[in-house]
Design a protein. Structure first.
Length: 192
């Protein structure tokens, strides 16, 4: 990695489908670097990888960005909550969070949405207990967790229904589980 001066380096990332060279200090975590470059849907609630608010996909895996050194992401593909849908065409998980009133202050929702998408990628028909376990490391002080759980179960039904329609030759009404280069928000309070 070429040095940019002092203790900082340039790192190459693909963020939400866009290639970027970003400057990162040797002590910077990925969440800080992403937020400094305008990806404000990545929240920093604990700065220690324990609250789940900073979750993003790094090379397809869910990572708490505040617990990952930015330098360790060099060359990686990063996907934030903004890549999942647009404000006019939310991802089914985002839409389910809105429709099920699972968004209150909105701070923890981007991390929950990322985790829910990962869950539904690997398990398209989860039980309530499996959803609770998947969201277990996402701290939320507003919702009491019931509404987010209901939202994930609803999203699973929506995605399955859309896939059934598409399989029958109709038009699918939902986005694929993970978007590519689109921008948008989590469906509530994240300001992205």
């Amino acid at each position: 990695m070429p040095k940019t001066g002092g203790n900082s380096v340039d790192i190459e990332l693909t963020i939400n489908g866009e290639r970027a060279t970003v400057e990162a200090g040797s002590a910077d975590d990925l969440a800080t670097v992403l937020r400094q470059h305008g990806y404000i849907g990545v929240k920093c609630g604990c700065d220690g990888g324990t609250c789940g608010a900073s979750k993003v996909f790094v090379d397809g895996e869910v990572v708490m960005a505040c617990g990952m050194a930015a330098e360790d992401a060099d060359g990686s593909e990063i996907q934030t909550v903004a890549a999942l849908g647009t404000q006019d065409d939310l991802h089914p998980v985002q839409q389910a969070f809105v429709d099920n009133f699972a968004v209150q202050c909105g701070f923890c929702i981007p991390g929950m949405v990322i985790q829910a998408v990962a869950l539904l990628d690997s398990n398209p028909d989860p039980t309530e207990q499996e959803v609770r376990e998947a969201l277990d490391d996402n701290v939320c002080r507003c919702t009491g967790y019931q509404k987010p759980v209901e939202a994930v179960l609803d999203a699973a039904e929506r995605i399955q229904g859309a896939q059934s329609v598409a399989a029958d030759g109709g038009q699918s009404v939902s986005a694929p589980l993970r978007g590519s280069e689109s921008t948008g928000c989590c469906g509530g309070g994240c300001d992205e």
